[in-house]
Each structure stands twice: as structure tokens, then as C-alpha cells.
Design a protein around this ligand. Structure first.
Ligand code: HSE
Length: 440
């Protein structure tokens, strides 16, 4: 392969000049010479689509480059690569489809779009003969997509455990280390530019779940339907649970778990989960993300870095632009996603199995523990430890019971929770979370 000289110019259209878009524009400029030397391509943003021409911005873009019509990026024959950073699943979908049909390479950081419509978008990319690249869609600056597509391509993926939402990790870290309340911690994360435009996506767990769907689909070769993913957010976590978790030797992380069982059924879930304090994932703090990938040949590998924010995420977009430049300079690659597990199946949510943490507020009278353990035993759920923290007893005659439970099917656990709520001695809503021991 010969290196072209002088460098080829790659003409890019950028849709979205928010936090990440501005970072791409700024950092492409900052490292232009280095990128040109490494890729033999001079990557030039030619047109930028924004929602409001008059909005103050982080970067100075010549007025002549700005437009409010996304169609301009598709209609302009000169543009070879369209970068979609507007988010959402409506206009972004129209833009990506139109760009592919116009034979332009697409780069996107839009995890919701890929999680919901990835299957049809990659099929369209295949038909149109142009790829979609999406490194920025998962784990901000960590190049985890390349890891799965290239670095670990020879491995069967046994499991992935990921902390893949910077906002939630920031919130949990600040609640647990600085004693902040949930709202204050969320406001800080928004101020630092980690949160999505609609932070509900972050705190509901769905942003991480979208990323987990992408990682699972790359690992197992078929698109996992969102309805088969068990998702819970951080918005209901109480400070008292962080305190008990610590007392039991754990911390709470919004953890995404992806794994296939012996029958090949793929489980995908994203929930607040107790993680042992002694495990390396417990020390992933603030907006940092970490993805622990276990492959049948390589064993365990761990990838760590900033999972949100302008510069880290723009680093991933720039990596995709360089990949696009390589295609344009040296020739075609695959569409971005190669389906290879068309007969794969995802595991029904109720059949997923884990240990659990359970905190109940109960009447402080004799016989309560016997009633609780009977309800659990009837669903074949074993108790591994119980604590009744004296410092939480109140004067209204109730007390807390904190139980650690052995492996149980989620279906059995949900039935047990309903039965526990119906007991006269149980007050209010039980608080429960999965526990991952992360051993083996
Ligand atoms: N809102 C996301 C996060 C940004 O907090 O992780 C990166 O996807």
C-alpha cells in the first residue's frame, strides 16, 4: 500500500455544535498537523448545521459555514463524511438515512439511535455500500468499539461488566464520598457537561442500557431488543443504602452486565448494583467509565477512561473520522457492524439470576424475621446474611432489616417482593438491588 502525497483532503459535514460537536471542531483544529501526518488525510469540516444561528458557542466557526438545514450536508456533493451529533431518534434518523443513501460515510455518537434502530441502519449502510462508525456512542473516550471489533475479534465474549454512564457514576460518587443529596449531585454533573440534553435518559439508566445493547450486539452478532433489557436508574437510590452497602463491604454502581449462558442466551441489564469494595470497578469514580471484558482466549481485560465530557467524547469522534479517511484514501471496509449471530436469542428478563440486597422497614416485634424468611423460602430464595442495624431504629416501633440473598431468578425475586409488601409487618416499599460478586 503506498502512502498518498500530498495528503488527500476529506470533506466533512458536522450536524450539531453542542458540547461534543464544539469539541470535535476545536480538537481537529488543535491536532490537525498530527492527524495529517498519521492518516495522510487533511480532515476539513466544511459545513456545520446548528439549530440556532445566534446562540453563543464555545468555538468560533466562520458564518459562511453555518446552516440550519441538515439537508445541506446531504445535498452538498463535496461532503464525503457526515457527523451526526444532534442526538434524538427522529431528525437524526432522517439525516443518517439520507446521508447513507447519498453514499456519504456516517459518524455518529448517538447510542439511542443505534440501540433502537441499529439493525435497519446497518442494513441500509450495507445496501448503500458506505459504513457507519460509532466509537463515541459508548463510554466516551474509551475506544471500546474498536476493542470488540478488532482487538478481541478472535475471542468469544464470555461477559462484559461496565460502568458506562458518566453522569450516574458522578452522582453516586458524590453522594457516597461527599454526602451530597441526589439533586445537588445531578446539578453538578449537568454543569460539567456530562449529562445528556435530557438528563432523564442518564438517571433512568437508559443511556447506559442503550450502550449495553450496542456492546451486546457487537459481541453476540445480533441486535438485542430494548424490551429484553432489564433497566433501572439511580433516581431512587437512598443515602441509607449507600451506607449499608459500605458496611457490608460493597459500593453501589450503575452496572451494565452482558453475558451469554451455556445455551447461548444473552442477558443484558443495567441497574444500580452492589459491587465488592475490593474489586477494581468499585474504585471507578466521578465521570470515569470502565468496561471489564472477559474473552475465552484473552481472559479478563479492563478499559478505563473518561466516559463523558467534551474532549474525551470528541477524541472518539475524531478516531472515527480517521477511520473514514482511511476508507476514502485506501479503500472500503465493512459497514460498521457485521451480523454474525442471526440465530442468537436474548434471555427473558425474569430468567436472569443474581444475588440480591434487600432492605425492609418492618414492625419491631418478635416473629417478623420468620415471616420474611418463609416468604423467601417459598420462592427458593436463600438468605446469606441478615443485619438489623440498631442505629436505624426509630421511635415509631419500626426497624430496618437488611438481607443479603443467594442467587435467585428475577421472576422469583419479584414475586417474593410482592408477597413481602403484602405482609402486615412490612412498612412502605422494600429497597432491593442486585449484587455482583465479580468472581471468575
Ligand atoms: N450522558 C452520557 C454520560 C454522556 O453521562 O455518560 C456520554 O454518553
Amino acid at each position: 500500500m503506498s502512502v498518498p502525497t500530498p495528503p488527500r483532503t476529506i470533506h466533512v459535514g458536522l450536524a450539531g455544535l453542542g458540547n461534543v460537536g464544539a469539541g470535535v471542531f476545536k480538537n481537529l483544529e488543535q491536532n490537525r498537523d498530527l492527524i495529517r501526518q498519521r492518516t495522510s488525510a487533511d480532515i476539513r469540516v466544511e459545513k456545520v448545521v446548528v439549530r440556532d444561528l445566534n446562540r453563543p458557542r464555545d468555538v468560533e466557526v466562520p458564518e459562511a459555514m453555518l446552516s440550519t438545514r441538515w439537508q445541506d450536508l446531504v445535498e452538498e456533493a463535496n461532503i464525503q463524511v457526515v457527523v451526526e451529533l444532534i442526538g434524538g431518534t427522529t431528525t437524526a434518523y432522517d439525516l443518517v438515512c439520507a446521508a447513507l443513501r447519498a453514499k456519504k460515510i456516517v459518524v455518529t455518537g448517538n447510542k439511542a439511535l443505534l440501540a433502537e434502530r441499529g439493525q435497519e441502519l446497518f442494513a441500509l449502510a450495507e445496501t448503500c455500500g458506505v459504513p457507519i462508525y460509532f466509537e463515541a456512542a459508548v463510554a466516551g473516550g474509551i475506544p471500546i468499539i474498536q476493542v470488540l471489533q478488532e482487538g478481541l475479534v478472535g475471542n468469544r465474549i464470555l461477559s462484559i461488566h461496565g460502568i458506562i454512564n458518566g453522569t450516574c457514576n458522578y452522582i453516586l460518587t458524590r453522594m457516597s464520598q461527599a454526602g451530597l443529596d441526589y439533586q445537588t449531585a445531578l446539578a453538578e454533573a449537568q454543569e460539567k457537561g456530562y449529562a445528556e440534553a435530557d438528563p432523564t435518559l442518564d438517571v433512568s439508566g437508559w443511556d447506559a442500557a442503550h450502550k449495553a445493547i450496542i456492546l451486546a450486539s457487537l459481541s453476540y452478532g445480533f441486535w438485542i431488543p430494548a424490551s429484553h433489557v432489564h433497566v433501572e436508574g439511580v433516581d431512587k437510590i437512598q443515602a441509607v443504602d449507600l451506607k449499608f452497602a459500605k458496611r457490608l463491604g460493597y459500593t453501589i454502581k450503575l452496572l451494565s452486565v452482558i453475558r451469554a449462558d451455556e445455551q447461548g442466551l444473552v442477558e443484558v441489564r443495567t441497574q444500580p448494583t452492589l459491587v465488592p469494595l475490593s474489586h477494581v470497578l468499585a474504585s471507578v469514580s466521578g465521570s470515569f467509565n470502565a468496561v471489564l471484558v472477559s474473552g475465552d482466549i484473552v481472559g479478563e481485560t479492563l478499559f478505563y477512561g473518561r466516559g463523558a465530557g467534551q474532549d474525551p467524547t470528541s477524541s472518539s469522534v475524531i478516531s472515527d473520522l480517521c477511520e473514514a479517511a482511511a476508507v476514502l484514501v485506501y479503500g472500503a471496509r465493512h459497514s460498521g457492524f457485521v451480523p454474525h449471530g442471526l440465530y442468537g436469542k436474548s434471555k427473558p428478563i425474569e430468567d436472569t439470576v443474581s444475588h440480591y440486597y434487600l432492605r425492609l422497614t418492618v414492625d419491631d416485634v418478635p416473629g417478623v424475621l420468620a415471616q420474611v424468611s418463609t416468604v423467601l423460602a417459598e420462592r427458593h430464595i436463600g438468605i446469606s446474611s441478615v443485619i438489623q442495624p440498631e442505629d436505624l431504629e426509630d421511635t415509631s416501633g419500626s426497624t430496618s432489616l437488611v438481607l443479603m440473598l443467594h442467587d435467585a431468578r428475577l421472576g422469583d425475586m419479584l414475586q417474593a417482593l410482592s408477597a413481602l409488601k403484602a405482609l402486615a409487618c412490612v412498612r412502605g416499599e422494600p429497597s432491593w438491588m442486585r449484587v455482583e460478586t465479580l468472581q471468575g
